[in-house]
Write a protein that binds this ligand. Structure first.
Ligand code: GLN
Length: 231
């Protein structure tokens, strides 16, 4: 991976589905892509002696883009799953996550996962949230291209609930002032995010792991974490 340009820093092409705040999203003022994942992969690249260019890519297109060599790295709040690990290499876990449920603020009928039976649920296509929602008896699951669109559908009254990653749901509730939606029930799953690279590029995966370890030791990871999550 990585293209070398004469007299310039080596470049790594990273991508993610960039409507997934606070992990990857567009800064409204600068129009740049920003977030925890963007800062982390740029710091990892720097540690390895690379410049990282981060681009937007649909979530279900990330693994194909690694396969075809269009990108070197996918970092997109992507959960390490055994199914995905057959297709890509994952770094060591870099963030602990899991799924929660969003419902409309005035909905008192859904208090947890078991109340979702028979309900209309919005999810992002190709995600762990989609997989979990499809296990719910008699639920009608509608898939959207992004978590942001799934949440919009909830606000518009088109669905009863959204199943999506907890830190993204929490960030949305804080940013929106919590007027339209609320989180209900316990966290459904425990998931680890990993940085994905092409199966054949084991060397890049090893370098990423080494850099991640170094950033954890030198306090840089902690700084980025505090910047986005505050604790
Ligand atoms: N963590 C979830 C998954 O890996 C959702 C990721 C995302 O929507 N960016 O499926």
């Amino acid at each position: 991976g990585g293209q070398q340009q004469a007299g310039q820093a080596k470049v790594l092409r990273a991508a993610g589905e960039a409507t997934f705040a606070p992990f990857e999203f567009q800064d409204e003022k600068t129009n740049e892509l920003t977030g925890f994942d963007v800062d982390l992969i740029k710091a990892i690249g720097k540690q390895m002696g690379y410049e990282v260019q981060y681009q937007n890519q649909s979530f279900d297109g990330l693994i194909p883009a690694l396969d075809s060599g269009n990108i070197d790295i996918a970092i997109s709040g992507m959960t390490i799953t055994s199914e995905r690990a057959q297709k890509v290499n994952f770094s060591k876990p870099y963030y602990k996550s899991g799924l929660t449920i969003l419902v409309k603020k005035d909905d008192d009928s859904i208090k947890g996962f078991k109340d979702l039976a028979g309900k209309n649920i919005a999810v992002q296509i190709g995600t762990t949230g989609s997989m979990e929602a499809k296990k719910i008896p008699d639920a009608k699951v509608r898939e959207f291209n992004s978590a942001a669109e799934a949440i919009m559908e909830l606000k518009a009254g088109g669905v009863d609930a959204v199943v999506n990653d907890m830190p993204v749901n929490e960030y949305y509730l804080v940013q929106s002032g919590g007027q339209e939606a609320k989180s209900v029930g316990e966290r459904l799953t425990s998931e680890d995010y990993g940085i994905a690279t092409a199966k054949k590029n084991t060397e890049l995966n090893e370098k990423i792991n080494k850099a991640l370890d170094e950033l954890k030791q030198n306090g840089e990871y902690e700084k980025i974490y505090v910047k986005w999550f505050g604790v």
